[in-house]
Design a protein around this ligand. Sequence first.
Ligand code: HEM
Length: 190
Amino acid sequence: MMGVVFNLLEAAVCRTYGEAQWYELLDKAGLDGAYTAIGNYPDTDAFRIVNAAAETLQLTPGEVLRWFGRESMTMLAERYRIFFDGHSSARTLLPTINRVIHAEVRKLYPNALLPDFSFEDAPADTLRMVYHSSRSLCDLAQGFIEGTALVFKEQITVEHPHCKLRGDHQCRFDIRFRELVPTKSPLAKD
Ligand code: HEM
């Protein structure tokens, strides 16, 4: 896992729970926490920190990953504004992950092990994304999706009806965008 991910996790923990908490988590995980952005570190280090956070916060590791995904996308949007410019909704941004966002990430970090997403036909109000990765970090993916909607201040619901961790052959997300309905119709006569 790229050091940049550990740096984001550190920033998310520090900004929500304070710096002391980050050092407590590292201590609990038995790690020294020296991660440089371009370094590559064992995935198990990340899982040890996530498990330590889950124990401390009395959450499941999946809930921690989802929280981290939500928190870090707002930070990524500030750092990599260029990927968000020209979009006003997660609906148009998410389909650009493979071809634009992660394609650029790969140029910056050639050793990155990036997931792949495919997009399938779905009802008009739904964006259907299928997540492919040997890492099975679908909870992180869900957090990133929710975080992308937060960046655009959109209300979405994310269903995860098929999940590899639950024994399905792939992970599928159905993302529904709630239309903002005006309380009063602009055509109303009174
Ligand atoms: C500014 C936008 C983004 C940047 C800079 C970015 C960058 C990265 C980087 C550096 C990694 C780590 C790869 C590694 O450790 O080898 C990663 C992983 C990942 N990214 Fe992105 N990403 C962005 C947006 C997104 C979005 C919108 C999603 C939506 C689902 C997403 C989903 C993921 C997932 C799930 C992983 C974990 C690796 C895996 O599942 O195999 N990313 N990304």
